[in-house]
Design a protein. Structure first.
Ligand code: GSH
Length: 266
């Protein structure tokens, strides 16, 4: 019995839904409204003390952290393996997923919040509600970054370094994909599953032609990802929140010049 606490557009949740779909697993959905602070409820914090999605519950046992969840899915269930057999390739795969946890996820959060999501908070015109939201964030560093994103937007002190980190991610991907079909070599793996939601986020922010389209191997890889059945099941259909994507596109377009300036003035 598998239950997933997640959100349709959360990058980490997209990553876990992709792994579940690749294995052909059935799961029960608990869709969380992150704007209503459902991730900070007492009941949810008992499952995931970090107050973030996703959490996978297997036979009543919560498993947290999307990279760990995806390795668990591959360990626990039959089906096509999602990690290379060869130890060197497996190490390469882990280096990709490690980068997500070390820097890429944080950079994506800064970029998405500062460019787009902050407006959802500002449009509330309710300072008390914003303070309540910030107070609920269990981690001080995350709380401070969220405050910067909401209050400073394009002047978030980490925005430029975050945009450049995501460009570097694409450069590294382009290099790896020049000689291999998938990120960790000839076999599709958790590296591909892990990276795709982050590339997609750049596309959703309308930054695809500044970033993705200039890299032919990343384009080929993204097309291959999009043609998988798992992509249809995990990213599209009921999990494709068109209003959310339209908002990202609109705010990304408004910020485009300022983004370009930050990407060029390094
Ligand atoms: N390292 C965690 C990060 C999880 C995370 O940051 N999730 C975001 C959505 S992608 C979230 O729940 N955000 C809610 C919030 O910041 O309040 C993982 O990989 O599972």
């Amino acid at each position: 019995m598998l239950e997933l606490y997640h959100n349709a557009m959360s990058v980490c949740a997209q990553k876990v839904r992709l792994a579940l779909a690749e294995k052909g697993l059935e799961w029960t959905s608990h869709h969380m409204n992150l704007r209503n602070k459902e991730q900070f409820s007492e009941a949810y914090l008992a499952l995931n003390p970090n107050g973030v999605v996703p959490t996978l519950v297997h036979d009543g046992e919560p498993i947290i952290e999307s990279t760990i969840i995806n390795e668990f899915i591959d360990d626990a269930f039959a089906g096509a393996p999602l990690r290379p057999e060869d130890p060197v390739r497996r190490a390469h795969m882990r280096y990709w997923t490690r980068q997500l946890d070390d820097t890429i996820h944080a950079a994506t959060s800064v970029v998405t919040l500062s460019i787009a999501i902050r407006h959802q908070f500002l449009e509330l015109h309710d300072e008390k509600a914003i303070e309540e939201l910030l107070a609920a964030v269990p981690n001080a560093k995350r709380r401070a970054s969220k405050r910067f994103g909401i209050e400073k937007g394009m002047d978030h002190p980490e925005l430029q370094s975050s945009l450049l980190r995501l460009e570097k991610m694409l450069d590294n991907m382009e290099d790896a994909l020049r000689t291999a079909r998938w990120l960790a070599g000839p076999d599709f793996s958790l590296a591909d599953i892990g990276l795709v939601p982050y590339v997609l986020r750049l596309d959703h922010l309308g930054l695809g032609n500044l970033t993705i389209e200039r890299r032919p191997n990343v384009c080929r890889w993204l097309d291959a990802m999009r043609s998988r059945k798992s992509y249809e099941e995990a990213i599209l259909g009921r999990w494709d929140d068109q209003a959310y994507v339209a908002n990202l596109k609109e705010k990304g377009a408004q910020a485009r010049e300022a983004i370009l300036l930050r990407m060029l003035s390094r």
